[in-house]
Design a protein around this ligand. Sequence first.
Ligand code: NAD
Length: 472
Amino acid sequence: MPILCAAAALTPLFKTTLELKLLKYLAAAGYTISCYFYSLTFKVFAMSQKPSQPLPSYLNPDNPGPWAVFLEQVDRVAPYLGDLADWVETLKHPERTLVVNIPVKMDDGSIEHFEGYRVQHNLSCGPGKGGVRFHQDVTLSETMALSAWMSIKTAVVGLPYGGAKGSVRIDPRNYSAAEMERVTRRYIEEIAPVIGVRQDIPGPDINASGQTMAWMMDSYSKKVGEHSPGIVTGKPIPLGGSLGRVEATGRGVFIIASEAARDANIDLKGARVCVQGFGNVGGTAGSLLHDAGAHVIAVQDHTGTIYNANGLDVPAVLEQVRNTGGVAGSANSETISNESFWSLECEILIPAALAGQINANNATSVQAKVIVEGANGPTTPDADDILKEKGIRVVPDVLANAGGVTVSYFEWVQNLSNFYWTEKEINERLGVIMREAYATLSATAHEHNVSLRTAAYIAACTRILNAAKLRY
Ligand code: NAD
């Protein structure tokens, strides 16, 4: 009898009906079950042990790729999560991972097959949100990491989304526009079972344009038999795209730069600003800072670095970029070496071009007071440590360039409600969200005496895990 009671009490621990039946049979037959308890104890002990490397079986443990970087970031932030640290394992496993084959007929009649992914990292706070990247080097590990960083980014600005990302292994330079259209449409058809206006909303990423998003929206709408503009963001305006989306990321960078300057007692009027990358993000941020009275003293892009100690004529530089594709040769500027750009004395430095630009080689010479990361991942972790020691405040990418995903969220909201806002309304709402997010991170950084980057991860992981815990 005591044996049967023990068996009943432990019932939830037995994983299979077969195990339970066997146990009841043994108990009823009066056999000793100590051996079973021994193996059970071992099993429970093994289950309670955290795996040292929670890598999914489909990643190579010897070369896990970018996903390992994300895991390390989560481990670093876990000590700050209080009771929620028990839930941190949730973040180390993408919620849903889809790998698809994309067979496409080429212009010459042959068939080529491409690998595509859609990863939904965590959907606790809402449907998935994240761009689709078309690049020959994308991997599943990279897509997983990018989806996880979308979870962090959307949570940092408090959007009701989870993190997702998609990609297709293709070098678009080798294919015609018609072939890219067929690849895009087939990709959407293949991932259609896991996306939806309230499930997962793709957007553009590398090598995806407004036209790409229009094809995606059209293919999905035809598949489900109804006009579905809310299935993707980054659409052209006639298809339900949002006003202000093109400038949103640069505008967000400007808003955050203004907040960070105020925190550091820097008057924006007359503040010296250096910008790397003068495309969509850097050009917009530089232009808005110029309008606010800052002096953009140096700009670097793929064509070189231009400088004017009294401030460049930003509208003229933008005109030069429009006309020639780069900043080199802009009026009223001198050319300086690309290396010297990083050691210029300035109040605000905005890397808005490529990843890994501020690294162990140049971080020691940086003389900015504040760095606002317009690009994704422009500062390497070792450079981060150097900058921290130098007392330079770095506003991380997950906040600084979140203006883009914030206005994508506005686009989606407008699509769902079929009611469209003015550009003024969009910019004002963007300002409210960005400023609130900056204030939250600033307070978190202050509370834990950590960098804004660590604060961003603390705030984001707390938000996601709180939601996950409430739903469990
Ligand atoms: P873009 O193509 O419009 O501009 C890129 C700029 O980088 C150009 O001025 C180019 O000349 C410059 N550049 C390229 N190679 C360079 C080099 N070797 N040295 C110096 N400059 C170089 O791209 P964008 O949309 O402005 O994006 C810039 C960064 O911002 C990227 O890291 C992107 O991932 C990130 N980002 C963009 C958005 C967005 O909405 N556009 C959103 C989030 C993050």
